[in-house]
Design a binder for this molecule. Structure first.
Ligand code: 8YV
Length: 319
């Protein structure tokens, strides 16, 4: 029997591509450019399966133009805000994602963002690097201490919990908001808040770990920034859609926020050019899950889902 035809939209890890090529009639987009609407539509006529990243947008308009050949979209991502799930379901296309395997890498990066934002990583690195470090004083680059501080986590899913586990190592007093309260043995001793507003009041550090949905768009807006303790630090390694970036700049300008650590932006790639003037924004280019081990694990998880589908089984990460 002929192997199913698979399109891999981006340059995934070597191990992933090797395994894919062994088991599928695989075409990799070696150019490693985001798949355009036209390319996705063309691919739906030529391939049985696609492994995309969050850089490919399966909007209702695109999906409506798909040919009937495409059977499964096995995402190489945990987030699926780039997929119109009802539109894909309406076309009978199976959709999967890659949860679990990227939680530690993403939580690790959120920790880096929190520490970097709290301790002047941007300005500190720059003055040493540029040879501009010609002064020292006990009142120089004084930051906000993470150890023992109060941490608010929005979204105690897999990544939120992995972040809480790491924050425990910094003796943080952890609070969280989640749609439902977690069983005590999964909450790392964190205190539950039944509303975001209640959480914000105690969040000297606030880290976002919820998906981007219509309900969470601009979750952090002007009104909500005002509820944080003065001088709070915002961390976002989830999705840019969660933060009103104008309101963020305003809160940094007034000192309501002392710093922010961001791996995600409204516009990606690119980010927000207005952020560049602010040394108290520590920024990374959406690399939360970008470790060798995690990239292999994400690729393998996507392939596991494909294998199950083509073996007539229910994929583990069926959405
Ligand atoms: C990846 C992500 O950078 O999984 C997600 O939702 O945003 C990131 O882990 C990306 O999607 C890799 O394909």
């Amino acid at each position: 029997m002929a192997k199913p035809r698979l399109w891999i939209t981006r340059r995934l890890s070597d191990a992933t591509i090797e395994r894919a090529a062994r088991d599928y009639d695989t075409v990799v987009n070696e150019a490693d450019t985001p798949g355009s609407a036209a390319e996705l539509i063309a691919a739906s006529a030529e391939f049985d399966a696609i492994i995309p990243c969050h850089s490919e947008h399966f909007s209702a308009e695109v999906v409506a133009q798909f040919a009937p050949r495409l059977k499964i979209v096995a995402n190489h991502s945990v987030g699926v805000d780039h997929c119109d799930l009802p539109a894909l379901a309406a076309r009978g296309i199976t959709v999967t994602n890659t949860p679990d395997v990227l939680s530690d890498a993403t939580a690790e990066l959120a920790m880096l963002l929190m520490l970097g934002a709290a301790r002047h990583a941007v300005a500190g690195d720059r003055i040493v690097r540029t040879g501009a470090w010609d002064f020292w004083s006990p009142s120089f680059m004084v930051g906000k201490q993470v150890t023992g501080a109060r941490l608010g986590i929005v979204g105690m899913g897999r990544v939120g919990r992995a972040f809480a586990a790491k924050a425990k190592g910094f003796d943080m007093e952890i609070h969280y908001y989640n749609r439902s309260e977690l069983p005590a043995d999964q909450a790392f001793g964190a205190a539950y808040h039944s509303s975001v507003e209640s959480l914000l009041g105690v969040a000297d550090f606030l880290s976002l770990h919820c998906p981007a949905t219509p309900e969470t768009t601009d979750l952090m807006n002007r009104d909500r920034f005002a509820l944080l303790p003065r001088g709070a630090v915002l961390v976002n390694a989830a999705r840019g859609a969660l933060v009103d970036e104008d309101a963020l700049l305003e809160a940094l300008g007034t000192g309501q926020l002392s710093a922010a650590g961001l791996d995600c932006f409204k516009v990606e790639p690119g980010g927000n050019p207005a952020f560049a003037a602010h040394d108290n924004i520590f920024m990374l280019p959406h690399i939360g899950s970008a470790t060798t081990r995690t990239r292999d694990a994400m690729g393998f998880r996507a392939l596991d889902n494909l294998d199950a589908y083509f073996a007539g089984q229910t994929p583990r990460d069926l959405l």
